[in-house]
Design a protein around this ligand. Structure first.
Ligand SMILES: C[S@@+](CC[C@H](N)C(=O)[O-])C[C@H]1O[C@@H](n2cnc3c(N)ncnc32)[C@H](O)[C@@H]1O
Length: 273
């Protein structure tokens, strides 16, 4: 990292859990770590916060009935407490984003409307809501509802008047073989078709809500430039960090579970092989 970024990190009183070049991980509650980062210091934030859906339900995976519970971190604390948490981390993120910076937040209906409400209450300017369609989504067990097969990803700018990065030509003319909906040389639309993570993305272990690399690659290439600083306050297995490193961006990830940070380290080490 260059001097400016090292300065940013030296302000954080918690020591990094792991640091190698432009890839830094912090262990702890994101509200605590974010509060130590300087104002206007980050170009882009991707956040995949708790969905608050781990309340004893069941789904199907590989033909077997499985619990939908992801972990204690995903248990709902009730509507108002869940909302307050989303409001507080989005507020903390707004302070550290640069004036032209943008934030992406992903979720299902359990969480995304609360995040959208909090974003608007905090004065973010919404740019898009992306529908990530999963052609290989698990079937619905009860047969009393439609099969849940998408997540919503809201893209918002810190400031209504800011000038955000959007790499339009790369999105329009790039090569997107994973997406059956993207037609060559036509504008990129807001519905993206991509499968869940491939087996090789899970070879060092599985995070229960791991995002596919293809998704983070597209988000990063569309909204950042080389050497930008990207932060993920709920980094999990650090899909955001791996895609950042693969595309020459600097990365700061935060998670309160050491097991996931260990998984992140293994994924990062694999890039160097
Ligand atoms: C939905 S998962 C993120 C998965 C990640 N996008 C990936 O591709 O692996 C959310 C993560 O947030 C972490 N988490 C939950 N609450 C947190 C908090 N208050 N501070 C930091 N991390 C938190 C959980 O441990 C979990 O790993």
């Amino acid at each position: 990292m260059v001097v400016a970024e090292r300065k940013i990190l030296s302000i954080v009183k918690n020591k990094p859990y792991f640091m190698d070049g432009n890839f830094v991980l912090y262990h702890g509650d994101c509200l605590n770590i974010l509060s130590q980062l300087p104002d206007n210091s980050v170009d882009m934030i991707f956040a995949d916060p708790p969905y608050n859906l781990s309340n004893g339900g069941f789904s199907v995976h590989a033909g077997r009935m499985v619990s939908v519970d992801k972990g204690l971190w995903d248990v709902s604390k009730g509507f108002l407490d869940d909302y307050e948490f989303h409001f507080r981390w989005l507020e903390a993120c707004k302070r550290i984003l640069k004036p032209n910076g943008t934030l992406w937040v992903s979720g299902t209906y359990h969480s995304i409307y609360q995040c959208g409400h909090a974003l608007q209450s905090l004065g973010y300017h919404i740019l898009n809501d992306i529908s990530w369609f999963k052609p290989n989504a698990s079937p619905n067990l009860s047969c009393r509802f439609f099969t849940a097969s998408h997540e919503t990803i809201i893209w918002a700018r810190k400031d209504k008047k800011g000038k955000h990065t959007f790499n339009y030509q790369e999105m329009k003319n790039g090569n997107w073989p994973e997406d059956k909906l993207k037609k060559p040389n036509l504008q990129m639309r807001s519905v993206w078709s991509m499968g869940t993570p491939k087996p090789e993305e899970k070879k060092y272990g599985k995070h229960p809500t791991q995002k596919p690399l293809d998704l983070l690659k597209r988000i990063i290439l569309s909204s950042t430039n080389k050497d930008d600083v990207i932060l993920d306050p709920f980094t999990g297995s650090s899909t955001t960090g791996i895609a950042s490193a693969m595309h020459g961006r600097k990365f700061i990830g935060i998670d309160m579970e050491k097991d996931y940070l260990e998984l992140s380290k293994k994924r990062f080490a694999d890039l160097k092989k």
